[in-house]
Design a protein around this ligand. Sequence first.
Ligand code: SF4
Ligand code: SF4
Length: 129
Amino acid sequence: MSRAALECYPEAHLAPYGRVPSPPRSARLATLITDDCINCGACEPECPNDAIYRGDDIYVIEPALCTECVGFNGREACQAVCPVACCLPDPNRVESEALLLQRALRLHPNDKELRERAAAGTFPSRFKK
Ligand code: SF4
Ligand code: SF4
């Protein structure tokens, strides 16, 4: 967990240690892990923002840390590796590319390449699919 992440989202420091209870299934998440999760753990190391952790029952995404991979990947990395396709966009939480990129920049203040690509408009994004 980066220092910037903690400053932006003080509650997020608990997530990697499994001390945050699983949010209700109706929680508004940028990318949502459904009950079909088989707890394989494949998605967790793929997230560029450390947004995924093991919850009480299944893996969970911390929405304050999810950028839907904008800035890092051309598609959602968790979706790409999930063997049961249970990392899905949450229709109840629609966020713009600009907002997601800003979040990525806040979470990674020392990432020079990200900053440069953001300024040049050449950053990876699922919006460019
Ligand atoms: S969409 Fe990307 S940033 Fe969001 S939880 Fe999945 S891997 Fe992490
Ligand atoms: S990759 Fe899919 S099945 Fe595996 S832990 Fe992540 S969400 Fe669950």
